[in-house]
Write a new protein. Sequence first.
Lengths: 300, 296
Amino acid sequence: MSATTTASRRSPAPRPKAPTGRRGNRDKPQKWGSPVTYFIALLFVGVCVAPVLYIVLGGFRTNSQITTEPAALPHPWVVGNYTGILKSSVFWGEFANSLIVALTSTVGIVALGLMVSFVIARYDFRLKGAMYSLFAAGLMFPMVIAITPLYLVIKDLGLVDNLLGVIIPQIAFGLPTTVIILVPFLRAIPNEIEEAAAIDGMSRLGFFFRMVVPLSLPGVVTVGILGFVGSWNNYLLPLYVLNSQANYTLPLGVQVFSSQYSTDTAKVLAFTSLAMLPALVFFSVFEKRIVGGLTGAVKG
Amino acid sequence: MRLEIAVLSAPAVITFLAFVIFPVALAAYYGFYQWKGYGEPTDWVGLNNYELILTDSAFHDVLWHNGLILVLSLVIQGPLAIVLALLLNQKIRGRSAIRVLIFVPYIISEVIVGTGWSLMLQSDGAVNDLLHRIGLGSLEADWIADPDLAVWTLMAIITWKYIGFAVILMLAGLQSIPDEIFEAAQIDGASYWQIQRRITLPLLGPTIRIWAFLSIIGSLQLFDLVYIIWGQYVSGTAGTSTMAIYMLAQGRNAGNYGYGSAVAVVMFVISLIVALIYQRFVLRRDLRGAVTEGAV
């Protein structure tokens, strides 16, 4: 820290070419910062990543390796745990369930959310404010609080142990965030574009599909990612709704697998790594959007 | 035009009312009954469920745990996240890679985080082994079951899981502050710490307050991590059980849906009170734009 302090103090000094300045030398982007900064940053990254690496690497070890030396690298590396799980129909069944649930929930959240946000953002009617407040208030109703009666509603609809019993509530609970993020986006589309479209003979609905949907794509992607990751990681709702292993999603699968094979730690670690892989891949592909979307959400 | 409004908004409004608002309203209704979840509730018990909840020492325990987790989350994660964000906001190499990597724990599901950590924290697990190897064998402990330690173990895991999110939020907040302000302050001769204290922190205020709000709501609803690592029974003795776990254990798992619903209502009222107080006294400035503008 002290290094940074000195650096910043020096920077406004009237020495334009001074090599010690940090902020002053914007035109040299390839500059290295202070070693203390790097040390703390690396330490932080290490703490964040090490446990994840432990899970992944543990899957490459045998149980006896893990028992004798819990904190060590694989020696020798074994792939049997991973190949065993990749060949098991249980894993792929749960993977498929997670994927179906996540994709349909995401499509539902985006479609319903976009339509209602469009109405709130660009139509004038009496209940508009009430509608927005309704969804905004939804942020106060997290799934944990509603879960007991929600389960009863799902039961009355005959959707227990049915993937739809997870999908539909996930869409409903995803709507508040979606509306909050999308309404400002849609409101920002200039009226001139809408007027021009109307003069060219486009109906309001035509405007929606041909102009609004493409123009709000960044917001839609953000909302879609939040919905997908939220669904992929959801545990509470599947725990209540799904009873038979054939319908389990991966989070339930991980939990059941780890209690079934509680003595086979290596296998549990391999199963766990494979279960988190899709979310990590999805995240690394859309990383900029996720981080950017959060920025927007906070500012909004 | 009315038709368009109806067609476009009906699916979302109906889904939302049916699966979010209606269940919450149902909870309030079922909470007045002693009811096993079959047929219509008939056994009206008035406020009996609420009386039982509020006098149950097990509920006092979980309420205390939630409160402790709430305060500790704010006190530990807040300053840590601000310091780390200030550090990472400098122009250093690999900044975007760092931002991705610190976000990884947040992206992984609670179930996986819980499964992984509970394996590592076993008394013969990796954490104790690592301590032993680096010569800190005296620190080895039963991280999960020891009631003196368990809540701190939980706080460590929560911090690990959510600090990346906090840092990313703070970084986003920092980046929305125009550089000119810092440059002006520097020209006026302000030191690094003066700049952080007098300029950065106040301007980061809205971000910090929104983060704290999210953290508070999250703490009150904590479920997955505790349930996966400690389970319904151990969490009670280890001192990490939360209101949501109490609700599952006393409600669905015990077959008392009326009681479980009443617990949900109590949780909701507590969250609502906390949120309203927070919005009224802390967030008022920040939300003035968002809410009133949106409602117009």
